[in-house]
Each structure stands twice: as structure tokens, then as C-alpha cells.
Design a protein around this ligand. Structure first.
Ligand code: AP5
Length: 191
């Protein structure tokens, strides 16, 4: 299966993705993890991305698209992929559609994890990643509402969107995600 996870910072995309990839046996493609890894290794991509990440802004599309398109050529992606935090704007979504259409493997479901801003702030305040300072969290939320929210309409128009209440325990949210995938997924995905 090919699945996209959309949600504000701290919505639980990473937490839920880990469970979902274990369940479905598909790779976890988190652009945030890829960019942090590149930054930590101080590659050219990592150095170019760093200032955007620290400011809570989107890294330029061409950098992210290069990372994703390279990753999709790896053999494990033949089984499918869970895209976590990608795409994050309509241009990235169109580019992903073009890549997947060319391979004849379109997206099957887009999961929106919905969580109130106040809950997100509480969750991230306790975590301590370098972009979890309160001013950066505020900017990441602004970026989400201004640039990523419009994607929801894009995927609604493509009849791919499933909205999930991301509040409650990790187990409760995971149960809702599994139901949403059963509703949207191809025959056999509810086995
Ligand atoms: P990215 O790494 O994608 O970060 P994010 O979207 O801000 O999301 P987070 O990782 O903070 O949160 P999450 O939703 O994964 O929640 P998590 O499970 O960790 O992106 C970072 C940066 O990289 C961006 O700002 C941007 O600069 C750049 N970037 C990445 N992708 C890009 C792209 N496509 N284009 C351009 N730039 C890009 O949970 C958060 C916390 O809450 C954890 O402590 C967790 O334990 C806890 N928690 C989770 N679920 C629950 C629950 N149900 N109850 C209580 N606590 C919970």
C-alpha cells in the first residue's frame, strides 16, 4: 500500500507510522527523519536544509523531492510506502502523483491526523528536539495551517482523504487508523 500521513507538528505522525509500517510491512519514508539524518551527517543537502528546519519553515521543494525520488528507487519500496510528513504542499503532492503514476503505483489512502494546537504544544514542549522551542513550534504550526492544510482539499477531491481524531491514547488513535485504512483500502487490506 501507498499511504500519506498529514498532520500538524506533534500530531503523532511518527509515533503512529512506526506501528503502521510494522503492521503492513512497508518502509517508513519520513522526510523529517531523512533531513535530520542529512543535517547530522553535514551533507550538502543537510547543510542546505538546516536553516529552514531550525526556523520551522519548509525546506525547498527541490531538495525534498530529490530525497524522496531517490528513496523510491530502492527495492523495498516495491511493496509500498508510508509517506510521513510528505507531501507538505500542493506542488509536492503533484510531484508525488507524477512519480507514482509513472511507476503505475498510485496512492491508496491519505490519513489526516487532527489534533488541537494546544495539545500539540503540550506534547512537543515535553519532547526536546532542537526545533521544539516554543517560537519554532509556533512557526511550524503557522507553516502547517498556511501551506499544508490546502493539501487536504487536494486529496479530498481525489477521494483519498480519511480524517482521524489524533487525540486520546496512542492505542486509541492506532485503532482509528486501522479502521480508516479498512474503509479506504483495496480488497484484502482488512484481512
Ligand atoms: P518533521 O520531522 O516531519 O516534523 P513535524 O511535522 O513537525 O512533526 P513531528 O515529528 O514534530 O511530530 P509528529 O506528528 O511526527 O509527532 P510524534 O509522533 O513525533 O519535520 C521537521 C522539519 O523538517 C519541518 O519543520 C521542515 O523544516 C522539514 N521538512 C520535513 N518534511 C518536509 C517536506 N515534505 N517539505 C519541506 N520541509 C520538510 O509525536 C510528538 C510527541 O507527542 C512525541 O513526544 C510523542 O511521544 C507524543 N505523542 C504521540 N502521540 C501521542 C498521543 N496519542 N498521546 C500523547 N502523546 C503522544
Amino acid at each position: 500500500m501507498r499511504i500519506v500521513f498529514i498532520g500538524p507538528p506533534g500530531a503523532g505522525k511518527g509515533t503512529q507510522s512506526e506501528r503502521l509500517v510494522a503492521l503492513l510491512g512497508i518502509p517508513h519514508l519520513s522526510t523529517g527523519n531523512m533531513l535530520r539524518e542529512a543535517r547530522d551527517r553535514q551533507t550538502a543537502v543537510g547543510r542546505a536544509a538546516e536553516e529552514y528546519m531550525q526556523a520551522g519553515k519548509l525546506v525547498p521543494d527541490e531538495i525534498v523531492l530529490e530525497l524522496v525520488s531517490q528513496r523510491l528507487t530502492k527495492p523495498d519500496c516495491a511493496a509500498g510506502a508510508l509517506f510521513d510528513g510528505f507531501p507538505r504542499n500542493v506542488a509536492q503532492a503533484e510531484a508525488l502523483d507524477a512519480l507514482l503514476d509513472a511507476a503505475g503505483t498510485p496512492l491508496e489512502v491519505v490519513l489526516e491526523l487532527k489534533v488541537d494546537d494546544e495539545v500539540v504544544k503540550r506534547r512537543l514542549n515535553g519532547r526536546g528536539r532542537s526545533d521544539d522551542e516554543s517560537n519554532v513550534i509556533a512557526e511550524r504550526l503557522r507553516t502547517y495551517w498556511n501551506q499544508t492544510q490546502p493539501l487536504l482539499d487536494y486529496y479530498r477531491r481525489h477521494s483519498l482523504l480519511q480524517t482521524i481524531d489524533g487525540q486520546g491514547t496512542v492505542d486509541e488513535v492506532f485503532a482509528r487508523i486501522q479502521s480508516a485504512i479498512r474503509r479506504q483500502g483495496p480488497p484484502g487490506s482488512d484481512d
